[in-house]
Structures are given as structure tokens and as C-alpha cells.
Design a protein around this ligand. Structure first.
Ligand SMILES: Cc1cc2nc3c(=O)[nH]c(=O)nc-3n(C[C@H](O)[C@H](O)[C@H](O)COP(=O)(O)O)c2cc1C
Length: 215
């Protein structure tokens, strides 16, 4: 039985694929992220750009997957509904945490920072490139609000399809991007005997300091 405690406790593997040594890493964590991200996407992992986003509401954290849509020295961007649970969390507390796990590479990356909305123009620009069905889907969703039935959602979608027939679908006011501006990175590379590599970048006076943590 897969739910059996003994069975679950015996699930483990050795991590043998790679190492992460100070001599090989970039002094810029965004570049180091770019290297690992590129390797993940090159190997055509399923949802290689999926990341767990953690926000905090009061004392209560919540986590969900979102898709990374761009990154550079200014931060890590994703798109969502500005009325969602995560958006409500961010409004009160902009602290956020991103987590990537690429099992095939035995790699994890944790990034902390502050979340900010991107500009309306940037959101509208990306929205205009999305498939029409997803654009209408965004209009149809009051993300994270209570929904009476599946049918209600589908009929909202159908009504909007008719409403926008023959027209461009505008970016809704309640939809757009966030950028997480990082101040902490942690790169984890699985190693044999649980002696994993953990390399951390912290910001000190505008410069990135590199250190290593016990696994
Ligand atoms: C693979 C995957 C990708 C997703 N991408 C996004 C995304 O880019 N933006 C988004 O708002 N939700 C995305 N979701 C849905 C979220 O995980 C979540 O259910 C939704 O955003 C509502 O979260 P909230 O109630 O915490 O705000 C994705 C889910 C999965 C499993």
C-alpha cells in the first residue's frame, strides 16, 4: 500500500548528479539563477518555470505554484489576479519567498524579497500576447473567491466570449504582474550521503556576499 508508513519512509534516493562549489559559481546570484534555469529549460522539464510562491497573511503563510515569466537584476516576475488571496496577502505584507525544485537536476533554489506590482502598461503588454482563450479566462475568474458551481464559471466564460466577439480582449484592471525584488538566494545541490551543497547570497551595502550553510 502506497499510503503505508513503512512504504513511505523507505522512499529515498542518492543525489549524485553534480556539485556546487565556490570556485564555479557566479558572484551574481541572478546570473547563477540564469545558468540553472537555462539548464532546466534546455532539458525540457515539464513546467520548468513553475515556482512555489509563499506569501504571509498575519501569522499564516500560504503557498501556491505560479509561472515565472521573466527575470533580471530587477527581480522575478509572475502574473496573477490582483483580487486573489496572494494579492491580498501582498497588500498587507510584501514579503515573499519563491522556491524552485528541479528534481531531475537535484536542485532547489530559494529566493526571498519584497513583492511589488509592475506597471499597468507592462501587464497590458504581456496580457496582449496571451492566447485569446486565456485572456477571456482571466476576465471570467474572480480568483480565490467562492464559486457556487462549475457551471457558473463556464457560463461566465461563455457570456464573455460573446461580449468580446470580434474585439480585442483588454487587460482587466484586476489582473497583472508582480515582481519579487530579491535580497536573499539559496542554491541547493544534492550530494551523496546527504552532504549537500548549500550556497547562500545575502545583500550587504548593495553587494552580494556568498556563504555556505551546513546541509
Ligand atoms: C503549474 C501551475 C501553474 C500555475 N500558474 C499560475 C500563475 O502563473 N498565476 C496564477 O495566478 N496562478 C497560477 N496557478 C494557480 C495557483 O497555484 C493558485 O491556485 C491560484 O493563483 C490562486 O492562489 P491564491 O488563492 O493563493 O491567490 C498555477 C498552478 C499550477 C499548478
Amino acid at each position: 500500500m502506497h499510503g503505508d508508513k513503512k512504504f513511505i519512509r523507505n522512499i529515498r534516493r542518492d543525489y549524485l548528479k553534480d556539485d556546487l562549489l565556490e570556485k564555479d559559481i557566479s558572484s551574481d546570484p541572478v546570473k547563477q539563477f540564469g545558468k540553472w534555469f537555462h539548464e532546466a529549460l534546455e532539458s525540457e522539464l515539464v513546467d520548468g518555470n513553475a515556482m512555489t510562491l509563499v506569501t504571509v497573511s498575519g501569522n499564516r503563510p500560504s503557498a501556491r505554484i505560479v509561472l515565472l515569466k521573466s527575470f533580471n537584476e530587477n527581480g522575478f516576475e509572475f502574473f496573477t489576479n490582483y483580487g486573489s488571496q496572494k494579492a491580498r496577502d501582498i497588500e498587507k505584507n510584501p514579503e515573499g519567498c519563491l522556491l524552485f525544485y528541479w528534481a531531475e537536476f537535484e536542485r532547489q533554489i530559494r529566493i526571498n524579497g519584497l513583492l511589488e506590482k509592475i506597471t499597468r502598461e507592462e501587464s497590458a503588454e504581456y496580457f496582449s500576447q496571451r492566447p485569446r482563450d486565456s485572456q477571456i479566462g482571466a476576465h471570467a475568474s474572480r480568483q480565490s473567491e467562492m464559486l457556487a458551481s462549475r457551471q457558473e464559471l463556464e457560463s461566465r466564460y461563455k457570456t464573455l466570449q460573446e461580449q468580446f466577439e470580434g474585439k480585442d480582449v483588454p487587460c482587466p484592471d484586476f489582473w497583472g504582474g508582480y515582481v519579487l525584488v530579491p535580497d536573499y538566494f539559496e542554491f541547493w545541490q544534492g550530494r551523496p550521503n546527504r552532504l549537500h551543497d548549500r550556497i547562500v547570497y545575502t545583500l550587504k551595502d548593495g553587494a552580494w556576499l556568498v556563504s555556505r550553510l551546513f546541509p
